[in-house]
Design a protein around this ligand. Structure first.
Ligand code: PEP
Ligand code: MN
Length: 324
């Protein structure tokens, strides 16, 4: 029997136009991390998980430069079926072990309803890629996944369609949705996509959902990532998701747009200045805890949270917003 989802309706959660930042309801990622609070939050890491050493090196650099979450695709949505499709299950295991080593929460893509349960065991945030923004069965399944969802805007999707996609997740029981502007397809071909800066204040004003920006897939070129990131934070984005690789020239996917470690450090310095100028700060991660190896992922997850709780403090302002 077919049935429609119970209504969630973003419109029933009014926000105050002109006071967009304070009307955002932060999304809790871990007991000590929210996205959409006072602080700008940065997720970064390689486009694809390619191996243990490169993932750990990326995570350690991202963390030391001020990134909070580690990104990396295990399941890759590639335009060509002949391109590297990701390491799949092996990639998930590498993400889990680097999470255990560094304490960094993981954001990784889930492409199919059949993968949701397994990816949700490893990921702290489940990413829906641009190509899947209107995979309605996947969106509905993510409503039941129990983890926050990072929903990327489709390359040809209107803002209204992005919001209806978010409604699919929320109407199916999961209100922890983070929106991501990653560039849209226009007549321009010099850049991979065109970053829709205006989507940021529009989404911030018209919804209570956090909005982050992916400057890597927007420009498609490493030299454009910094200026696009600065513009995104200036326009009010709650955070960024950025591709970083130990040696972009040998990356198995998106080699042109991945930042070197040095470029990522520069980006973090740059956005700190813009964040301060807009009365915010870039959230700094905890010092990298080296956790003992723990056999089961459930125990590892608890130990990870406890470690972070002990070592991190939330700003007073963020705590107040979360408590509200
Ligand atoms: C990605 O972030 O790995 C990705 C494939 O991005 P998008 O879905 O925005 O193309
Ligand atoms: Mn990529």
């Amino acid at each position: 029997m077919s049935q429609s989802a119970p209504e969630y309706s973003l419109a029933a959660h009014p926000t105050t136009v002109g006071n967009a930042i304070s009307s955002t309801k932060p999304v809790r990622v871990t007991p000590t991390l929210v996205i959409g609070g006072h602080d700008v939050v940065v997720a970064a890491g390689p486009c694809s998980v390619e191996g243990y050493d490169m993932l750990l090196a990326s995570a350690r650099h991202v963390q030391s430069a001020g990134g909070t979450l580690l990104r990396g695709g295990a399941f890759k949505p590639r335009t060509s079926p002949y391109a590297f499709q990701g390491l799949g299950e092996e990639g998930l295991q590498l993400l889990a072990s680097v999470r255990e080593q560094t304490g960094m929460p993981i954001v990784t893509e889930v492409m199919d309803t059949r993968q949701v349960e397994r990816v949700a065991q490893v990921a702290d945030v489940l990413q829906v890629g641009a190509r899947n923004m209107q995979n309605f069965a996947l969106l509905a399944e993510l409503g039941r996944a129990g983890k926050p969802v990072l929903l990327k805007r489709g390359a040809s999707a209107r803002i209204s369609e992005l919001l209806l996609a978010a409604e699919y997740v929320m109407a199916n029981g999961n209100e922890r949705v983070i929106l991501c502007e990653r560039g849209i397809r226009t007549f321009e071909t010099i850049t991979r996509n065109t970053l829709d800066i205006s989507a940021i204040p529009v989404l911030k004003a018209e919804t209570h959902l956090p909005v982050i920006v992916d400057p890597s897939h927007a420009g498609g070129r490493a030299d454009l990532v910094l200026p696009l990131a600065l513009a995104a934070i200036a326009a009010g984005a709650d955070g960024l998701i950025v591709e970083v690789h130990p040696d972009p020239s040998v990356a198995r996917s998106d080699a042109d747009q991945q930042l070197t470690f040095a470029q990522f450090t520069d980006l973090m310095r740059g956005i700190s200045v813009i964040a301060a100028a807009t009365n915010r700060a870039v959230r700094m991660p905890s010092p990298s805890p080296t956790l003992p190896h723990i056999a089961t992922s459930g125990v590892a997850a608890r130990s990870h949270d406890k470690g972070r709780l002990a070592e991190e403090t939330l700003t007073e302002e963020t705590l107040a917003v979360v408590a509200a």
